[in-house]
Design a protein around this ligand. Structure first.
Ligand code: CMP
Length: 139
């Protein structure tokens, strides 16, 4: 992925709590352009593949149960320095430690149900985007 794109996933707690629209508005107001988007429910198999990097972590099973508990919104976003700017916009993985004004600080309740995912590198942005979208689905 060129360094002007990143991948995001609005997580089940955010949809369950009715925050999807506000989060998308927050993302657009920060200057990100949506170039692909879909609502989907991950199977356990897909979730394990997506989060394979965490499979040895103690929270892996809880993570898979949680991320498959309801629908998610997967999207590809475009902006200069997309990966780092988006990580700053969403804030610390743990909402208790997230900076004021960040998406996780505003909308997330816990480190498990933390409202949103953002790719941590250009390389992972490409891998994660290709996991959810085919070329024809990206503008
Ligand atoms: P995400 O950025 O989607 O990547 C993996 C997810 O695992 C992370 O957000 C958190 O929601 C979840 N998680 C649960 N416990 C931890 C932990 N101790 N450290 C990092 N991630 C955790």
């Amino acid at each position: 992925m060129k360094n002007n794109r990143t991948f995001t996933m609005i997580k089940p707690d955010a949809l369950e709590n009715g925050h999807a629209g506000a989060i998308l508005a927050h993302i657009e107001k920060a200057g990100f352009k949506i170039v692909a988007m879909k609502l989907k429910k991950l199977t356990a198999e897909a979730a394990k593949k997506f989060y394979k990097i965490h499979e040895e972590r103690p929270f892996f099973n809880d993570l898979i149960n949680y991320i498959t508990s309801g629908p998610i919104i997967a999207a590809i976003l475009e902006k200069e320095n997309a990966v780092s700017d988006f990580r700053a916009l969403i804030g610390n993985t743990n909402p208790q430690e997230a900076e004021d004004g960040t998406i996780r600080k505003i909308y997330a309740k816990s480190i498990d149900a933390n409202a949103i995912h953002g790719s941590d590198s250009d390389e992972n942005a490409l891998i994660e985007s290709n996991f959810h979208f085919s070329n024809g689905e990206i503008i």
